[in-house]
Design a protein around this ligand. Structure first.
Ligand code: MN
Length: 294
């Protein structure tokens, strides 16, 4: 299929190192979700990303309980609501309603206590929450928060392609589109890519950045490897590689492409706290128990 995007013509696209199936689990007050990225091994391999949860259901029992008050320290959460309504309130005084196609970017920094509660009693709720690490020097920064309604998410378009550019830069050269968010230390790229059947998409990626693709509709291939729906394709960091090429199958396909610059720092996690050392974790827990976290 001809594509404007053909102009890019990657010399050495990345290959798939591993396909990963998410793990069904529950969190919050009993929300059913699929934990796609988790655990110390994946956190090291996909540094600076700490977690990716996918949620999607039309059964209110799966989501209605939401995530009542809970703390975070030491990283950022990026919530992308594909469909549904979720209200956020936090101890820093922020409040927002996240709706269809909207993104909430929260920097927990030294600490927030917040709730994330559905504002719907029926219908589909579908989306993703990504945890992005902060470098040690920023872990105790002031909390920060911004809502981006769908109309504030820049869109990159090509033949058979539409890309929501949540973070980083989509494409290259004069046609590139800057995303809603940029972060210096981790240089995150966060794209929601909609491909028509048979469409092809290419994105340049620095070879040293860790990257993965999560397919949530349809099916695509990366090189010779087919990536079915609800699978994460972890992309190899081949030294001379210059990007990734996605080829949609016979059906319309949607996938997240997420990449970032690794921090290369120790990761110490206890639940909703992610620091560099065990001592800092104990401090976070003491601060939370004594009401000094937020
Ligand atoms: Mn939370």
């Amino acid at each position: 299929m001809p594509s404007m995007n053909d102009a890019l013509e990657l010399r050495q696209p990345r290959t798939v190192e591993q396909l990963v199936a998410g793990q069904p689990t529950q969190d919050g007050a009993g929300v059913r979700l699929t934990r796609v990225l988790h655990g110390p091994m994946m956190q090291r391999r996909l540094d600076p990303f700490l977690m990716l949860d996918a949620f999607g259901s039309d059964r209110p029992d799966d989501y209605i309980a939401g995530f009542p008050d809970h703390p975070h320290r030491g990283f950022e959460t990026v919530t992308y609501m594909v469909a549904g309504r979720m209200r956020h309130r936090d101890s820093a005084g922020h409040e927002g309603l996240l709706t269809n196609g909207g993104v909430q970017w929260m920097t927990a920094g030294r600490g927030v206590i917040h709730s994330e509660l559905p504002e719907q009693e029926e219908g589909v709720m579908e989306g993703f929450q990504l945890w992005l690490n902060l470098p040690g020097r920023d872990k105790m920064c002031a909390p920060w928060y911004q809502d981006f309604p769908a109309e504030q998410i820049p869109v990159w378009r090509g033949p058979g392609l539409q890309v929501q550019v949540i973070a980083g830069r989509c494409g290259s050269g004069p046609g590139a589109v800057e995303g809603a968010m940029q972060r210096e230390a981790t240089a995150p790229l966060y794209l929601d890519i909609h491909l028509d059947a048979g469409a092809r998409f290419e994105q340049p990626l620095p070879a040293t950045h860790n990257a993965f693709v999560y397919v949530y509709r349809g099916e695509l291939s990366i090189g010779e490897r087919a990536v079915p729906v609800q699978r994460m394709a972890l992309l190899a960091n081949t030294p001379d590689s210059d990007g990734v090429r996605l080829q949609a199958g016979d059906a319309p396909t949607r996938a997240l492409l997420i990449a970032g610059q690794p921090l290369g720092e120790p990761i110490a996690q206890y639940g909703p706290f992610v620091m560099n050392t065990e001592a800092e974790l104990r401090q976070a827990f003491r601060d939370y128990q004594s009401g000094r976290l937020a």
